[in-house]
Design a protein around this ligand. Sequence first.
Ligand SMILES: [Zn+2]
Length: 216
Amino acid sequence: MSRSMAQARTALVATGRELVDLGLSPGTSGNISVRVGDRMLITPTNESMGSLQEDRLAELDLAGNHLSGPRPSKEFTLHRAFYRRSPEARAVVHLHSVNAVACACLEPWSEVSAIGPITPYFVMRVGQTPLIGYAPPGDIAQADELEARDQPFRAALLANHGSVVAHTDLASAVNTAVELEEACKLAVLTAGRSPRMLSHEQAVELAVKYGSPWST
Ligand SMILES: [Zn+2]
């Protein structure tokens, strides 16, 4: 096994535990993956993220062929979609965290983002986050929609389901998912109350300065 693959296994196990400790992985929900070369390492199906083991992770190629380890989460298609659309992505975090799910049950703020520019940190660290239409978990067409969506983004909400975030490394993907969860909480708390948002100019200024996706 290559050194980078061994490091990826260690990082996935530690990150799974961290997400459970943060209360972001109710039950056995959510899944995380890392891309190493042309392969992805992902959490197995029906496994609590708090009890992952380094030698019990699923290894797939980017075509979705199962190469080794236990059966992957059926939601691997979401991960593959992000790796295909974002060559720089090296980690994907998918959560059923309560505020992300609640927000994903509301009407989106706009065509390109489920949440408006509600705080500077949401714009800087997450950026525009499209709402992808509902489909049963593991649905290929939904993953295809995410892959083909014609706008820049590093995070999306899946209608009535949860969040999915991609980044250049696992720690950054987790930090972004945590920031998204906080923004979703604010969106839910202020829903129907006409909250003041940052102006378009204010949001774009931050996005340009911090290199985040915001084009609304
Ligand atoms: Zn899910």
